[in-house]
Design a protein around this ligand. Structure first.
Ligand code: HPA
Ligand SMILES: [Zn+2]
Length: 330
């Protein structure tokens, strides 16, 4: 099964590029930029990656990205993940990035965009890897700030596939960002949002009703509401489920208790992603292997999950057809 999963052309719809920062690269960038880290060694950093909940993770996630200062740092961050993912048989990644987390530290949007776009262009030209760009907004920051960032990003609108909504979910309902998402829609941008990870099923309904999203990131708590499940099924809204993330952040106690099999039974449009692979124990292949072990899924299920992801990925139609064909031959 491992060999099948390795060569299967896999598509990742939910990946925070800042969450792909491996401790090894963190140390390298800290040295390059003269920054002191709170860890003495790579092993010490890895040992600190034990989380009680989403907020516990976010604290280390924002701390870790402090080493990202220059255009080259953002390029190196993305290229490091793209190369690793490609070696694991990933053929497309829709990448979230968090401009506010960098602006707050005095890193201009131009620096972030130049580095990430250069890595995307190089990956697409040399790695047989396509990359989508999702500008994500931090839901625990003010809505007015997010609107300002979106307006200031005007030179980059043409490079964006979508906007997203991430960070601390509880008490930051989709409603807070209705104006931001309306503006993104006016600009012709697709919308996606994290919902139903730590927040309740109602946040999923709100994201659909008030933000007009095309995808729900996570969405696992939809099972707490029959009516939300019914809506997701009827519209075949894609869920970007992140199994090892949910275990790390204690959304579930262990993978065997994960609602993934139930989500499939409900005929929802499920996909698998890694979320923050440097913090949650591995990338897309590791998530696939873990699911094979926990749920005993066969090859057809993994083909279906990646067919779902290809159908929803931010790619042009010729790339989509190519990926669908490669999937069926795998
Ligand atoms: O798993 C996540 N959830 C919410 N926000 C995030 N930002 C990075 N990773 C995550
Ligand atoms: Zn996420």
């Amino acid at each position: 099964m491992h060999d099948f999963l390795l060569q299967l052309p896999k598509v990742e719809l939910h990946l925070h590029i800042e969450g792909s920062l491996e401790p090894e690269l963190m140390f390298e960038l800290a040295k390059r930029n003269g920054i002191e880290l709170p860890y003495a060694t790579v092993d010490e950093a890895k040992a600190a990656y034990e989380f009680d909940d989403l907020q516990g993770f976010l604290n280390l996630y924002f701390q870790g990205m402090n080493v990202l200062r220059t255009e080259q740092d953002f390029y190196d961050l993305a290229m490091d993940y793209f190369q690793r993912a490609r070696r694991e048989g990933v053929v497309h990644i829709d990448m979230h990035f968090d401009p506010q987390a960098h602006l707050q530290r005095g890193i201009p949007l131009e620096v972030v965009m130049a580095g990430l776009l250069r890595a995307k262009q190089e990956a697409e030209a040399t790695l047989d890897l396509s990359v989508g760009m999702i500008m994500a907004f931090l839901r625990d920051r003010p809505a007015e700030e997010a609107l300002g960032v979106l307006e200031n990003a005007a030179p980059y609108w043409k490079f964006l596939d979508a906007i997203g909504l991430d960070s601390a979910e509880r008490d930051n309902p989709p409603l807070k960002f209705q104006a931001l998402f309306a503006r993104a829609k006016e600009l012709g941008l697709v919308r996606v949002a994290h919902a139903g990870e730590e927040g309740p099923a109602e946040y999923i309904a709100e994201a659909l009703d008030l933000l007009d999203v095309q995808r729900i990131d996570h969405g696992v708590r939809c099972l707490e509401s029959d009516s939300v499940v019914k809506r997701l099924r009827e519209r075949q809204i894609v869920l970007t489920v992140c199994p090892l993330s949910n275990v790390s952040l204690k959304v579930v106690d262990n993978l065997r208790d994960h609602p993934l099999p139930q989500l499939l039974k409900e005929n929802l449009k499920v996909t698998i992603s890694s979320d923050d692979p440097a913090y949650f124990g591995g990338g897309l292949l590791t998530n696939h292997v873990a699911c094979a072990e926990a749920f005993g899924w066969d090859m057809e299920i993994f083909r279906m999950l990646n067919r779902n992801a290809i159908e929803e990925a931010f790619v042009d139609e010729s790339r989509r057809q190519e990926l669908l064909q490669r999937l069926e031959l795998a």
